[in-house]
Write a protein of this length. Sequence first.
Length: 159
Amino acid sequence: MQVWNANLPTSASWCALTVAAGSAPSSGTICSSVLVAGNPVISGGATTRSAGTDHFGPNHKLLPSALGEGQCEYQEFIDHSYQAQIALDKASCAEADAVGIGAFQARGGAYHAAGFACTATGAGARSEWASAWTGTYYIYDCKAGVAQVAFNWGPHYSY
């Protein structure tokens, strides 16, 4: 569950819930982890690194940048997950930062943030970014009109 102010996406609080049937012993809703309100970024972000070379997949879907060629600085979040290999098309690093905070909260799911609609695809050992990640991570594609932000997000960044 997540509660947030759409005008201040960095002020969200969320809770991972376990919901049991009402007839089950000790039934009820249990909050198993909580993130307190506030900016979850502990390092990185807000810096343009290079103009970069965007690469696109089918239907002009922007893909994350090649390793070492991110257009914006990575972000590390308070749970030590990361947004990295950030690519932009008609978007800014400030927008990429706001969209990345949404990925931190969505944890591999689809979401909306800063006017962008974002979808995720699970990735692993066979992707072109696998040498920078261990285990599963997610390739995010976010669109707002003609603007696009693409990046990888996950908890096991090793680059």
